[in-house]
Design a protein. Structure first.
Length: 502
């Protein structure tokens, strides 16, 4: 059950994920390194306390999809970094250590139960802490793509708020993190602060290669490790890439979802402060792929339009028309979705759109972000493993301002961007802005259903609506923007609507 939704700068506040962890525990102390990145000591699988990991993410039983879930502790010494010169907007930074400190954190591992079902790729997600607790935002919203492909998924607690509390991104108190949520299980965890988070995350990436004892992915043979983060976690991932990717070589690719205009600070007091500038891009001298997935909200509310960068042989950017930073899928239905079509039926049931779990002033966005995330996960996995680059996409049409304004058609939907049938054959205006209310409502965009006269003028019959929708769906599949499995659900959902029947 989802009790609240605070994604962001990304995600939600809901129930802890379900599933059963294995019950044996062993430990190892490792002193080897991978490049410049140390290998921490690993303990687990972790048991005790309430009996399951505390994590806001997908709530379905992993065994229903042929997966297992287990939790491990990581312990070692982390490094904080600085630069001797200001951080440039091209992202080509040279950094060096300024301090070290001990830490102990955790990772939650989702993996195929059978080795034959594993495709060799592990996604390592930087847990989002915007709402004051650890959230596996991308596993919650993109798990269906990972499950279909047979990828493993690891959620890493890299930041202090998630471990021992502090303040949320909007200044509200975060009471105690994991240590307070389950003292028996997590009482020994400790973060020295977010200055050390970049190295903590890198060390988790080393562990995800499954070469430590205990092996966190059992007998799976890991071939590729991909870093991923959404919203606040994407901000930090931008900084990690620009500061450390070319020297540490921990990850084989990156998925940056919903970044802002500059990335997070490299270092903050009490250490020497070092922040990036507005308009900082992801460095273009990487030797591994980067997939950047953006919504309407990210371009305008977060001013990420200032950090737009052209595609290269190793960088792709998709900007989703009709997509909002947070939406109906992240708010509730996505956490339990196993791809049975319920999400697509909900997306097209615009008449029931409401203020969502946060009771926002306007109906929240019922747009296609999760469809694009599914496609991004699949494409990036192929890109890293087989060298097959994702399709290119036109950017959303934006007047840069300031402030930046998205250019829209006569029905209020964005021009340009990655197109899906819900924006090309619309029954509502889907925007990444336009909402109000408390907490994070401004991130949830809006849905404004078309009135009966507009629907009748667009779709004189149900058959015409379904035909146009199906054709647009097929076009999105051909372009690579929608996966075939999601397309089938979309078509069934369109057929089940009453559009054009009155």
């Amino acid at each position: 059950m989802v009790v609240a939704l605070l994604p962001v700068l990304c995600l939600v506040v809901g129930a802890a994920s379900s599933g059963t962890a294995t019950a044996t525990a062993t430990a190892t102390t490792a002193t080897s390194t991978t490049g410049a990145t140390a290998t921490p000591a690993v303990t687990g699988p972790v048991t005790g306390g309430t009996g399951s990991p505390t994590l806001v993410t997908a709530t379905f039983d992993p065994s229903a999809a042929g997966y297992t879930r287990a939790e491990y502790f990581l312990e070692g010494t982390a490094t904080a970094y600085m630069s001797d010169v200001p951080l440039t907007t091209d992202g080509r930074w040279t950094v060096h250590p300024q301090s070290t400190a001990p830490y102990k954190t955790r990772m939650v591992v989702y993996r195929p139960a059978k080795a034959k079902d594993f495709n060799g790729t592990v996604f390592v997600e930087w847990a989002n802490v915007s709402a004051g607790s650890d959230t596996g935002a991308q596993w919650g919203a993109g798990h269906n793509a990972a499950l279909r492909d047979g990828a493993a998924w690891v959620v890493v607690s890299a930041q202090a708020v998630g471990i021992q509390g502090g303040q949320t991104i909007i200044g509200e108190p975060a009471r105690g993190g994991l240590r307070a949520a389950d003292p028996e299980r997590y009482g020994t965890l400790w973060s020295p602060g977010d200055n050390y988070s970049y190295d903590i995350y890198a060390q988790a990436g080393v562990v995800a290669r499954n070469r430590t004892a205990p092996s966190v992915l059992g007998d799976l043979k890991v071939q590729h490790v991909i870093a991923t983060g959404q919203s606040q976690s994407a901000f930090r991932l931008v900084t990690y890439i620009d500061a450390l990717a070319t020297s540490s070589h921990v990850f084989d690719g990156y998925l940056v979802q919903s970044r802002n205009a500059r990335g997070s600070a490299l270092s903050t007091p009490p250490l020497a402060p070092m922040s990036s500038q507005v308009g900082t891009i992801i460095r273009t001298d990487l030797d591994v792929p980067v997939f950047i997935l953006q919504t309407e909200s990210d371009l305008t509310l977060f001013n990420a339009i200032t950090a737009r960068q052209p595609d290269t042989n190793l960088i792709r950017t998709w900007e989703g028309a009709g997509a909002s930073h947070a939406d109906f899928y992240q708010g509730a239905i996505g956490f339990g979705d196993l791809g049975n079509g319920a999400a697509e039926r909900k997306m097209l049931d615009v008449a029931s759109a409401d203020g969502g779990p946060l009771r926002c002033a306007q109906p929240i966005n019922q747009g296609p972000q999760y469809l694009l995330l599914n496609a991004a996960i699949h494409h990036l996995g192929r890109w890293v493993a087989d060298g097959v680059a994702p399709p290119r996409a036109a950017p959303i049409d934006v007047s840069p301002g300031p402030p930046p304004v998205i250019n829209r058609d006569l029905y209020g939907n964005a021009f340009g961007g990655v197109r899906t049938p819900v924006v090309d054959v619309p029954i509502a205006t889907l925007r990444g802005d336009g909402n109000a209310g408390g907490s994070f409502c401004y991130l949830f965009g809006s849905t404004v259903p078309f009135d009966a006269a507009t629907l009748a003028s667009l779709y004189p019959s149900h058959a015409e609506y379904v035909t146009r929708f199906d054709n647009a769906t097929d076009a999105a599949v051909r372009r690579g923007f929608v996966l075939p499995e999601d397309a089938e659900n979309l078509k069934n959902a369109a057929a089940a609507t009453t559009v054009g029947t009155s």
